[in-house]
Design a protein around this ligand. Structure first.
Ligand code: NAI
Length: 266
């Protein structure tokens, strides 16, 4: 079995992914606000550092000089499911920085493994209207500017653009990082799954409300089999972090019932 860290492991896609990994004999270090091997708040820089340290300790790092070094342990994979779809500006901190900071913080541990893989969770929302100021601040690594831009989007009556912006920024970040010396050059495959609508606690209220459901169905049409169970996303994530995935890098794979294909321009 392999050793994998899964963020957002207490609910939804992360919980299903962790359970499926364990069922096939892998060891999982779950990370979440509660009910996880490592309890940490990914919305703050301190919480993200705690998460990295907690994973490193469980992965056998000696802790003397951080998660690296010859006897410093190793991590075969990281799957980042933690995310917020509402709650305004903090989405920037959890969805974008809570993902990127973990990937960067765990890079030395990943590089020490024989077939390291990273799978991010993006969204079909990354193809929907977004706010260039939020996206640019995220990609610049400027969390306070990103939070300010997100507050401005709320004030301008465009709060829904925060979520899509965080996911678009993730797609763009991963394309650059995946092919860099730090990742591709270290044998670390970095890719993402972009789900359509998945039936989890995140969407339960939306799906239950006929008005919201109509808006969502218009924005995210899913001709192939409709709303996805979390297992449909987890299977794809499991393949992305498998040793067999030796040559996919920088891809955002839409597992969305055909929504991206239907709405694509050109
Ligand atoms: P969920 O709400 O069931 O699970 C998200 C998990 O993230 C929760 O366990 C929550 O505690 C954790 N989390 C939130 N804030 C955190 C923080 N500050 N620190 C640590 N953990 C935190 O949601 P779901 O549906 O499983 O979503 C997982 C990922 O999939 C998210 O990134 C979401 O944006 C993405 N996604 C979900 C879709 C859906 O339709 N459900 C569609 C497309 C993408």
């Amino acid at each position: 079995g392999r050793l994998l860290a899964v963020t957002g492991s207490a609910s939804g896609i992360g919980a299903t992914t962790a359970a499926m990994l364990r069922a096939r004999g892998d060891r999982v270090i779950g990370v979440d606000l509660r009910d996880a091997e490592v309890c940490a708040d990914l919305s703050t820089a301190d919480g993200r550092a705690e998460a990295v340290a907690g994973i490193a300790a469980l992965a056998g790092a000696d802790g003397a000089d951080g998660p690296a070094g010859p006897e410093g342990g190793a991590l075969d994979g990281l799957i980042t499911c933690a995310g917020l779809s509402r709650a305004g500006a903090p989405q920037v901190s959890v969805n974008y920085f809570g993902t990127v900071d973990l990937v960067l913080g765990l890079r030395p541990l990943l590089a020490a493994a024989p077939a390291p893989r990273v799978a991010l969770v993006s969204s079909i929302s990354s193809t929907q209207p977004s706010d260039p100021a939020i996206v640019a601040a995220c990609l610049a690594g400027d969390e306070s500017a990103a939070l300010d831009a997100a507050e401005a989007a709320v004030a301008a009556g465009r709060p829904h653009e925060i979520y899509s912006s965080t996911k678009l920024a993730l797609n763009r970040w991963l394309r650059g990082a995946a092919v860099s010396a730090d990742f591709a050059g270290a044998g670390i495959a970095v890719n993402a799954i972009a789900p359509g609508v998945v039936l989890t606690p995140m969407t339960a209220e939306l799906v239950a409300n006929p008005d919201w459901k109509r808006v969502m169905d218009a924005a995210v049409p899913m001709p192939l089999n409709g709303y996805a169970p979390p297992e449909a996303i987890a299977h794809a994530l499991l393949w992305l972090v498998a040793a067999e995935n030796s040559h996919m890098a920088g891809q955002v794979v839409f597992v969305d019932g055909g929504a991206a294909a239907l709405t694509a321009a050109g």
